[in-house]
Design a protein around this ligand. Sequence first.
Ligand SMILES: Cc1cc2nc3c(=O)[nH]c(=O)nc-3n(C[C@H](O)[C@H](O)[C@H](O)COP(=O)(O)OP(=O)(O)OC[C@H]3O[C@@H](n4cnc5c(N)ncnc54)[C@H](O)[C@@H]3O)c2cc1C
Length: 556
Amino acid sequence: MREVDPSADSASTHEVTNQTPPLAGHNLFAGDAALRDAVNHNGGHWAEDDLQRYGEVCGRPEMIERGFLANENKPRFDSHDRTGNRVDLVRYHPAYHQLMQLALSEGLHSAPWTDPKPGAHVARAAKYYLHSQLESGHGCPITMTFASVPSLKLNPHLAAEWLPKVTARGYDYSNRPYTEKAALTIGMGMTEKQGGSDVRANTSRAVRLTGDGSLNAYELVGHKWFMSAPMCDAFLMLAQAPGGLSCFLVPRWRPDGSKNPLQVQRLKDKSGNVSNASSEVEMRGALGWLIGEEGRGVNAIIEMVSATRFDCMIGSSAGQRQAVVQAIHHAAHRNAFGKTLLDQPLMQNVLADLQLEVEGSIAITMRMAQALDHQDDEQQQLLMRLGTAVGKYWVCKRTPHHAYEAMECLGGNGVVENFVTARLYRDAPINAIWEGSGNIQALDVLRAIGKTPAVLLAWYDELERSSGADGHLDRAVTNLKNELANLDQLEYRARHLVDRLALTMQAHLLVQGGDSAVAEAFIASRLDSDGAHSTGTLPIGLDTNRIIERGNPLLS
Ligand SMILES: Cc1cc2nc3c(=O)[nH]c(=O)nc-3n(C[C@H](O)[C@H](O)[C@H](O)COP(=O)(O)OP(=O)(O)OC[C@H]3O[C@@H](n4cnc5c(N)ncnc54)[C@H](O)[C@@H]3O)c2cc1C
């Protein structure tokens, strides 16, 4: 008979080694040199203490866990209660509500509106960038609430009643009338089955109700095909009124406490953005109040749309940042072929390149935040007009491939759902599609230039500040001007032109940013070549160590 050693664990097959420890308990702001530089450069230095505080909050293990829980547990929709009453209720995991509560209590939806001052948009953008790294789906209603404010102001009566609650720092997700709540969230309904980009194809109708003249009440009949966060308290919606396409604020409950017939048909089953419920709805005689003028709906909602596009830049930059955080952290701990991945030259090329993308993204995002902070300055306004379209197009479009490359840095672990890289990858395309897909953004750039040529002059004036600093950048700007002066087949060439507008602006901002290793590598890899730049193909002779150190969440 075999002797059995009672102390030996016969089930033990191996020791776990060479796996990367989880990254938690770090400070997302302190460990982000690119963000700190961009905040300082764009007038947000006064917010540094608050950002340091919030960077620590966003690195806490329990916060990171909430991001996972909110995605593992999809929102569920109940059309009716147990006794058959229509309720239109979406149930979320408590972690989703906790993330919402945190975002709203920090004023991520309202701080620059309630406390406007130089740098207010920069500080809010930086904070939102930190917060979004926890989880991006719940950011949808935060962004829409933030973005609704300029549109709501177009109807002074509504603004007086709604804005104090829309901008309040609180979260009340109970399914009851807005009149009974102290804090409200706002969504938007533009997309219909027959057209999303082309909103003029909207078929939903609105007819004016008599009485209550000051609030301009209408009744809406029709549908919306993609209405996210349907538990918001009201939605800015487009519908055809007798005078043409118009914008309305449609509450979920009527002022008398009855349910507004805005009925959710079902929730979308999306590949990414899982924590965020996106719904199909029908308006069956729903009450709505006119925002702006009849027939000027696009002009009214465009205020909201442009703010959401800016937020897409923040969200996608944050996704890129979190992807680099994970990639560098993993590479610093994982050994292969006798040394850490971080010490392998080819991996250094990939990691530095991924970090360069983040540097460019945060630089252009924060420059636009600064422009938002100075909307009384015409030059900044012009820069902003072009910058949100260019930036939304470019930053969002670069994110999916960036997420994939960061995922690959983790090898097989990268695609497994309990690593955040898998979620970052699934979420990465959303911002590019939402709120004006790529082509629509590129065409919007042409439209802005055609309608107001001064936007291009403002862009060139900004680029001029780096004139003479780098020969490659100078040549790229000259080429850009030549290409834009050529009016042949502009629409066909629109994406290429926007690429060039974005890259020259990012390069200029990085030159101004003052880190010469970053600026040099960005220009060498993105401007000093004719064709597409694929990740990990940085030319030799660059200070990749310095660039990776700037991206290392535990070093910078
Ligand atoms: C996660 C998520 C959440 C969303 N939430 C909301 C929401 O809350 N509210 C809301 O209203 N909508 C929402 N949407 C819908 C979104 O805004 C639309 O899907 C988007 O605007 C595109 O519209 P569409 O799907 O009808 O596609 P289409 O408009 O049919 O476009 C299809 C493709 O054609 C391209 N295209 C269109 N016109 C042209 C042209 N002239 N030249 C060249 N190319 C062109 C577009 O760029 C796009 O790539 C959401 C979408 C997603 C993915």
